[in-house]
Design a protein around this ligand. Sequence first.
Ligand code: AMP
Ligand code: ZN
Length: 469
Amino acid sequence: MIRIYNTLSKKKEDFVPLEEGKVRMYVCGPTVYNFIHIGNARPMIVFDTVRRYMEHKGYEVNFVSNFTDVDDKIIKKANEEGVTAEEISKRYIEECKKDMEGMNIKPATTHPLATREIDGMIDMITTLIDQGYAYAVNGTVYFRTRKFAEYGKLSHKNLDDLQAGNRSLLVSGEQEKEDPLDFVLWKPKKEGEPSWASPWGDGRPGWHIECSVMSRKYLGEQIDIHGGGEDLVFPHHENEIAQSEACSGKLFARYWMHNAFLNIDNKKMSKSLGNFFTVREISEKYDLQVLRFFMLNAHYRSPLNFSTELMESSKNALERIQTAVDNLKYAAEHAQTVELTEEEREILKEAGQYEDKFDEAMDDDFNTADAIAAVFDLVKYANTHAKEGSSRELARFLCEKIQFLCGILGIITEKQGELLDAEIETLIQERQAARKEKNFARADEIRNLLLKKGIVLEDTREGVKWKRA
Ligand code: AMP
Ligand code: ZN
């Protein structure tokens, strides 16, 4: 049974999906006005791992994550460059997707764009007005926060405390609000900004309504898991709950998950402080698998400090796993015997405990740090038990088990970078053997694997030739 720490209840709860065998999950995506930084990468890696583990447990996961492609920062950047906001967002969505691929983050089932969902936002705002939860003044639509009785249930805030902290808003030009706690659903057009026609005049949606609408459209009124960074708990997610639940009268998301922040040299990493690295910068020094491995070495609810030393030790640790996999592969290829001996059967049985440990850690609120520790225990166990003279089956089984567990975490155990000539020759031989056995799927897999590494195969009459592209 998977247990999830739910920000709503502040407790770990058993995970029971709305519909048996299925998980509906929404994760707030980035605002696309620049390359993503490694802080933005944390929720991407964390929730991709949650998704992978759910899939490993047999759930069919519908995973939706948006791109916020209309926002003040995008407009500002567009004005600086003298291009349209759309050009900026398109460019950085493409760049973000490249970074995601490098970090082995699976594309979402759907990646909706806010600007393509304006009709749905107008619909939801209209419903909220009709139900008395929202009102329009001079082209702006506000949500009537106090009317939603449960406001504050996610962030565990009390409305009167919020009111006290919010006085300053009254003097910042929002006097037209009925209550300083009310938040914006629709804002009127300003010169030089993208805008859409609406019953309240030309304008654009507020940020919070985007996620309520996209989540409802692609996942339905009720979802299982809603995720994002902890900075989103208030006000973003609190407001999403108010909008969605006021509209449907039903509980919006059952489990709210929030990752802690990634800090840099023990200080909060943020664009405004200028102390951030983009994922692209990191990719110039490290394989992005190292970044993924580094992130998963901490529990997602613990703050994580980024430093060169920690990245170096992650690199070394990942290499230890990759070397073990390489050695086991070599041992399997060169084994003198095929079948397991009686003693080896016992070894395999015992190795099963590490997989149990891995699952136990992941079931406990996705404790990837402990899950990685279980992988290392298995690596150590394999290093001592698969030796010269071991059977092919033993080496193959241990190798595949390590790769399988790493795969659940989205960690690739193949060494990246250039292949050695000998490795290429071995793979080509394996491909020939696969073809002889009419295992064309495996043969194609090897060809594609080589292609990815820049090795092009040519089938000639004299045999297979290869070259580096
Ligand atoms: P934004 O583009 O600012 O809307 O952020 C996209 C996602 O990244 C949100 O889920 C944020 O909570 C998350 N995020 C931003 N900065 C950090 C950070 N330093 N550490 C962890 N998560 C972050
Ligand atoms: Zn959101």
